[in-house]
Design a protein around this ligand. Structure first.
Ligand code: ZN
Ligand code: ZN
Length: 373
């Protein structure tokens, strides 16, 4: 097994910043995504894709990256004093390394002069749950009052009906895997100053099964699932809040090798157009009140996003910044049948200009109140 240079795989210098690594990863993952490859390149692309994932997993994590930098290359051999020990206080290097890799790649290990080996045989063909999918749904503030039924149309992987998700063309026979010669395990030795390292891993061609299908499914090309248009009717409840996420079970991608479907997550975005604020189920709104209304008392009207006009009583002697709460005129609650409250912040407005007549009257008031002007 040639040693892997994660920096080389991602095409970044050894002193690359986190952002550079991330950018390189994003670009490469797009470029090498197996689903976007022509049939004859798929196998190679899969390999490449895995390598990119593996490299990113290590280099994107400062701790893992530091370890990788220290040991040069991880997974093929580690210095003697770090050997895994089954006695000891729970310091399991294996566990640390398992964190390094996902199950597909972690297999490796270990050995010293006595050539002990450890092998994990997770089969690549063991059932794997499908990925979750997230969709964004935009609703208006008006919809928040009424609720809304939406039809979500999206693409997802569904289990291939032709091969029932097996990836094998029905009726085709299995043949012995040419890489592991049917053993399911690939074994490689490497001599180092620290000892002989036995590198033993589950065969990546047959996934440890020892056989490969003679013929892959001609519909899904061996993947066991196919991309399809899918739709779900989703009931956005009244009172929904911006950023709220709903889970719809089993509406994500089909699993692999008979694994379960993933889930669909629906994230709600409430378009803000009215300028009001929301606190829980309460509506907070700023309203202008004429200074005369503030002094004498009166009424103002607040229009809610659902078109409802709410008349608000302004008591005489209202001070700037006073709040008035109108019960039951907020957003509908998702938990109870009651609505939240409408909270009106009263901003008393002093006119910048007054008419001649108004000025005369104000001067009269000033004299009555003994105010100098
Ligand atoms: Zn094999
Ligand atoms: Zn199929």
């Amino acid at each position: 097994m040639p040693k892997k240079d994660y920096y080389e795989i991602l095409g970044v210098p050894r002193n690359a910043s986190e952002d550079e690594i991330k950018a390189a990863y994003k670009r490469l993952v797009k470029e090498w995504h197996p689903d976007k490859q022509p049939e004859e390149r798929k196998k190679y692309a899969e390999q490449k894709f895995k390598e990119i994932q593996e490299a990113y997993e290590v280099l994107s994590d400062p701790q893992k990256r530091a370890m990788y930098d220290k040991f040069g290359y991880v997974g093929e051999g580690i210095p003697h004093e770090y050997h895994y020990t089954t006695t000891g206080s729970g310091f399991g290097f294996e566990d640390i390394f398992r964190d390094f890799f996902n199950d597909d790649i972690f297999n490796i290990f270990f050995g010293d002069q006595r050539t002990q080996t450890r092998t994990r045989t997770t089969s690549r063909r063991s059932p794997r749950r499908g990925e979750d999918i997230q969709l964004d749904v935009s609703v208006t503030e008006r919809d928040v009052f009424t609720g809304k039924v939406v039809t979500l149309e999206y693409e997802r992987y569904e289990t291939c009906e032709h091969c029932h998700g097996e990836g094998v063309e029905p009726g085709s026979r299995s043949v012995t895997c040419s890489k592991c010669h049917g053993t399911g395990v690939v074994r490689e030795e490497r001599r180092t100053p620290f000892g002989v390292f036995i590198n033993q891993y589950t065969c990546d061609v047959c996934g440890g099964v020892g056989t490969v299908p003679g013929e892959v499914c001609r519909v899904c090309h061996g993947i066991g699932r196919v991309r399809r248009k899918s739709s779900v009717i989703f009931d956005v409840p009244a009172g929904v809040d911006d950023g709220q996420v709903f889970r719809i079970p089993r509406k994500g991608n089909a699993g692999l090798y008979g694994g379960e479907y993933g889930d669909l997550y629906v994230k709600i975005h409430v378009q803000r157009t009215s300028g009001l604020r929301r606190e829980g189920d309460d509506i907070i709104v700023d309203a202008k009140v004429d200074y005369v209304t503030a002094i004498l008392g009166g009424k103002i009207t607040v229009t809610l996003p659902n078109g409802e006009a709410v008349e608000v009583e302004v008591p005489s002697g209202t001070q700037p910044g006073d709040r008035i709460t109108v019960r039951g005129k907020g957003f509908p609650s998702q938990r109870t049948s009651r609505r939240g409250n409408l909270v009106v912040n009263l901003n008393v407005e002093i006119p910048r200009k007054v008419s001649k007549k108004e000025k005369e009257l104000l001067e009269e008031i000033a004299r009555i109140r003994g105010v100098e002007f």
